[in-house]
Structure formats: C-alpha cells, structure tokens
Design a protein around this ligand. Structure first.
Ligand code: DGT
Ligand code: CA
Length: 578
C-alpha cells in the first residue's frame, strides 16, 4: 500500500472515531500521524521492513500497529471494526457544512438518522428541533449544508484528479503501441474542481488499442469497471473519482483531444465558426462540406488555424471571450511557471507554520526563487498563533540576521504580515507597528456572516489603509466545503484597481481564490495579482502550480502578476507602495 493511501486510511479512522465519540486526544493522534507521513515525502514500506517506523514523529503505538498491518496486508483490523460498527452514511453526514461528528452522533443515536434524505425528512417532520443543540438557526444551517452538498456532490478537487491522472498516465505510457496521450476535459483546462478524468490516446493498431484498454481497466485502484469496449472504457476508482479513456487513430487524435478538452460551450462556438466556413467539426475530424475525408491536421494548432483563429490555450477554453480574441489574434500571452521569481505569502513557526523561517527560505531558494515574503498571522488570530508586538520585533531581528547571510546570494526575505481585517475594517496593529513591515497582506478570517453590504465595506476599508499591499483569499471560500462569504467582488476589484492593491490568487488547492471567472473584470480595472501559496510547510510551495493554472485561466500575463518581478524590481515595487 502506498503512503498516500495509508494517509487516507488514517484520516478515515479518525473520522470514524470522531463520530463514535472517541477521546479527542486519540483522534488527533491519527490525524497528526497522517500529517507527518505526508510531510515525510517518502514511501513508508521500507520503514516498516527495517523497523524505523517508530522513529517517525507522531507515530505512536496505535499507529505503528495500524500502519504495519496496512503495509503488510493492505487492510487493518482497526478500520474493519469501525466499518462494522459505524454506518458509512454517517461519514457523509459529518461532512455536511453545519453538522460535524458530534451532531451526527446525536442524530444517529436519538433518531437513527444515517442519510441526507433521512435527515431532511426528520427536519421536515419537526423531530430535529426537539433535540437539544438543534435550534431553528442550526436547522436552517443544516438545510443549507445539505443543499450545498447536493450541488457539489460528484465533484473532486483538482489536486485529487491530478493524483489519478498522473498514475493513469504513467500506466498507459508503458503500453507498447501508444503514440500520443493527453489528459483532456476540465482537468486540462485547469478547472478548480473536476467531475472526472478524461484521457485521450492514439494507438498504432487494434491490438495496441486493446492493450491500452486492458491496462486501464486493470489499474490497481479501480473499484468498478463501468464500461469496457474496443476503443473506450470507463472506470471508477477507490476514492470515487471516475476516469474515461478513449482510444483513437493518430490522425483523429487532434480532433478527439480538442473535442474532449471542451469546454462544451467553447466547442459549440467553434462548431458554428466551422459551419460558417462550410466545414464540419466533430471529435473525428474537420470535414469539408459533402466530404467524408477530414482535413489532415497534425495538432490542435492546425484546427484553430483552419478556422482562422490563433491557438487558444486549454485554460482559456471556457467561451469566456477567448474566441473573439482568437479571431483578432489578440489573446493574452499567459503567465508561465518559469516566470515566478518569489513567494510572498508564507507562514513559519512564529505563527501556525510547521517549519522555521530559515527552512522556508532554504526551500524557496532550492526552487530557484529569489525572495520570500514571510507573513505570519496577526495578533487577533489567537487560534493561529498570531504575533504579539514583541514577537514581531524578535522576528524582524531574525529576518535581518538571515538577510545578512543571504546578502551575497541574490536572495532576500521580506518582512510581511497576514493581518486580520477586524470587523470594523481596520488592520490588526497600530500604525507604528504596521510601518515596521515591508508589506501587509490583509485577510478576512472571521465575521463571515456579515451582510454583503457590510462585508464589502469592511474589506474596502482595509484596502484603503495606506499599509495594505495585498488582499488575501478575497472570498474565503473552501472548495466543495464552504461557500464564499457574501461580498461584492466587483466593487472590491474596482477599488483594488484604483488604489493599486494586489489581489492574490491563493494557490491552496482548497481555495484557488480569486476565482478565475473574475479575471476579465479584474484586468479591466487594472488589478494586478500575485500567485501566493500560503505555505505553512516547506512542501507547500509545490502548490504554486495550482495558482498558476488559475492565473492563466483568468487570462493574466506575466506583467500582471507581481511575483514575476525580479528581486530588485519587487523591492522597488514594495517601497513605492509605501
Ligand atoms: P467536468 O467533467 O464536469 O469537470 O467537465 P468536462 O468539461 O471535463 O466535461 P465532460 O467530462 O462531461 O466532457 C469532456 C468534454 O467533452 C467536454 O468539455 C466537452 C466534450 N463534450 C462532452 N459532451 C459534449 C456535448 O454534448 N457537446 C459538445 N460539444 N461537447 C461535449
Ligand atoms: Ca471531465
């Protein structure tokens, strides 16, 4: 069993234990264990073999037993017992916003509720509000949560899709007779969530096609083979994600790839452009009127050219204005991963980060970045170890010492802070303290329930502070878990543009906030962005690529993303903001 799967099982055990009402200390030991295995960044199997697993931080006796069983047998007694005892529906219920393990336990024990439907019924019959702790307000929240769960059900975070896509790709690439392979669909368009993984491949002959289909359906994480034909197959993986494979001839490949990349709306537009040029476009080819022979085009660029369009990057294919721009050959030149020069929203052990500032700096340097903005939490964020004024003084001294060391190495740490925006819109320190930072990232971490008007005014007030350089995760959404708070983002972007405040794209795969759909609006108002990983651990910098995907989807060019600035330019930019 791979470490990633073991991590899943440990979290699952913790979920079950929570619902059962086990000691929170024990529950936490499973979650912490899962986290340290992930952070380890290596396979755990060998450590079980050579007996060094117990040395891993956070792996106590109970975890040792579970992990050893998982590695050796692929299953474990602890999970089996829990599965036998706790109905599986309760896990889903516990993930409904507004519920949680404790409430689920009460609902199950007093009313026998195990499913979303059961819960909805019980609420309608008025049974739930009689339970203690389930007043009108809670009930309304739960109903909202159920509705939300329904809307998002069947979708997965991009990062979950990525794991499956990479594994399936590697597996198919080892099959003889494969010519071209591409993951298409919303995944290729870098959507923040995906319904499934669409893979398109071309094969040399029917025998290779069969071998590819076989390799696909026998992937070891398949739970169900939904369909299996000669040129296509569909599987469901153990984590619920579905994947589809289509095998085509190499001549058809560009057309199939374009079709299955979508989006559907983009395809519809392109088909109509084709018609206007007396051509027919579908997944098999681009056909002149009254002909069964497709134009022979070697790649997608050829398809766009044949339609009089410049090549549209997959991220932009949302029928969000890209087609007009492609017609006039004026598509933006999208920011690229190699453009990123620094990371400017990162935490350290001073607040809720796991790694020291030096570790974070070294990790950033290893990735080729030339600057790091350390932005620990501010004093109101008690839950996240927000910094008291005296801690800031200490942190700044440490940054200065590190910078002396880095002075000759073209690397610099900037003194930032992720300042809570207080309810009244003010930043979290006196002006004197605010002045001691190189920059401030203003962020909402509380008061999500304000009305849209109040929230918008609150954030605008923070933007108006002369100390605010960046606005963090502007809507507070957590993908598939929590909706954005009510806020008029158009007003926020307009003010940001006017005042020159940079609105970040938070690259955490659960956030990806600013939403790409606001990209055209942001650019219209001259708003710049920054791709910020919000790393709480050195490996967190890896998330930059998710933010990059969203920045590209939003249509941002290198010049519109401030962490593409070189060190000296970035330093000048911060000074000028002051
Ligand atoms: P998803 O899976 O909901 O995250 O989003 P997509 O875009 O991957 O959608 P999916 O998997 O249903 O289909 C993949 C692509 O196939 C889609 O982006 C465009 C193409 N496609 C699917 N059905 C249709 C259709 O009825 N008409 C057209 N024009 N294209 C379609
Ligand atoms: Ca799809």
């Amino acid at each position: 069993m791979q470490t990633r799967e073991i991590v899943q099982v440990l979290n699952l055990i913790a979920d079950y234990m929570e619902i059962r009402g086990d000691n929170t200390f024990k529950v936490r030991s499973f979650r912490n264990g899962a986290r340290s295995l992930m952070a380890l960044g290596e396979e755990i199997g060998p450590k079980v073999e050579d007996g060094t697993l117990a040395d891993v931080q956070g792996v106590g006796k109970a975890l040792l037993e579970v992990i050893t069983q998982l590695v050796q047998t692929g299953s474990c007694q602890r999970l089996e017992e829990l599965e036998a005892e706790v109905p599986i529906g309760l896990l889903e219920l516990a993930s409904v916003p507004g519920l949680g393990p404790k409430k689920v336990k009460v609902l199950y024990e007093s009313l026998g509720i195990e499913t979303l439907e059961g819960l909805e019924g019980a609420i309608q019959e008025g049974k739930v509000k009689e339970l203690s702790g389930f007043g009108e307000k809670t009930q309304a929240k739960i109903l909202e949560g159920i509705e939300y769960r329904r809307q998002v059900s069947g979708r997965f975070l991009y990062i979950q899709g990525e794991v499956a896509a990479e594994e399936l790709k590697a597996r198919l690439q080892s099959v003889d007779g494969l010519i071209r392979l591409e993951v298409a669909g919303s995944f290729r368009r870098k959507s923040e969530t995906v319904k499934d993984i669409d893979i398109v491949v071309s094969a040399e002959d029917p025998a290779s096609s069969e071998a590819l289909i076989e390799a696909f359906v026998t992937f070891d994480r398949v739970s169900t083979v939904i369909a299996k034909g000669e040129t296509k197959a569909s599987i469901r993986l153990t984590d619920g994600l579905q994947a589809d494979l289509r095998v085509v001839s190499d001549q058809q490949f560009p057309f199939a790839l374009h079709y299955f990349t979508g989006s559907k709306d983009h395809n519809t537009e392109l088909r109509s452009i084709a018609r206007s040029k007396k051509l027919k476009l579908n997944e098999y080819g681009l056909f002149p009127e009254d002909s069964d022979d497709s134009l022979d085009l070697k790649d997608e660029t050829g398809i766009f050219e044949a339609l009089g369009l410049s090549y549209v990057e997959p991220e932009l294919r949302e029928n969000f204005g890209e087609i007009e721009l492609a017609k006039s050959q004026s598509l933006p030149e999208l920011v690229e991963v190699s453009d990123l020069k620094g990371m400017i929203h990162a935490h350290s052990t001073y607040s809720d980060g796991r790694d020291t500032m030096e570790d974070m700096a070294e990790a950033a340097r290893k990735l080729g970045y030339t600057y790091l903005g350390i932005t620990d939490h501010s004093q109101s964020a008690g839950y996240a170890g927000g910094l008291k004024p005296e801690e800031i003084v200490k942190q700044h001294a440490e940054i200065e010492a590190l910078n002396e060391k880095y002075a000759s190495q073209n690397f610099k740490i900037f003194k930032g802070i992720e300042s809570d925006i207080r309810l009244d819109g003010s930043l979290d320190y006196s002006e004197e303290i605010l002045e001691s930072f190189d920059f401030v990232i203003a962020a909402v971490h509380s008061g999500f329930q304000l009305s849209q008007e109040e929230q918008t005014q609150r954030v605008i007030k923070a933007l108006e502070s002369p100390f605010t350089t960046f606005l963090a995760h502007p809507t507070g959404r957590l993908l598939l878990r929590r909706d954005a708070y009510a806020i008029d983002m158009e007003a926020v972007l307009e003010v940001s543009g006017k005042l020159g405040v940079v609105v970040e794209i938070n690259a955490n795969p659960l956030r990806l906030d600013l939403d790409w759909r606001l990209g055209p609006f942001a650019r219209k108002h001259g708003v710049k962005t920054s791709i910020n990983t919000d790393a709480h651990i050195t490996s967190g910098f890896d998330h930059a690529r998710y933010g990059l995907g969203i920045a590209r989807k939003a249509g941002f060019t290198k010049a519109e993303v401030v962490n593409t600035l070189e060190l000296q330019e970035f330093e000048a930019f911060l000074k000028e903001r002051r």
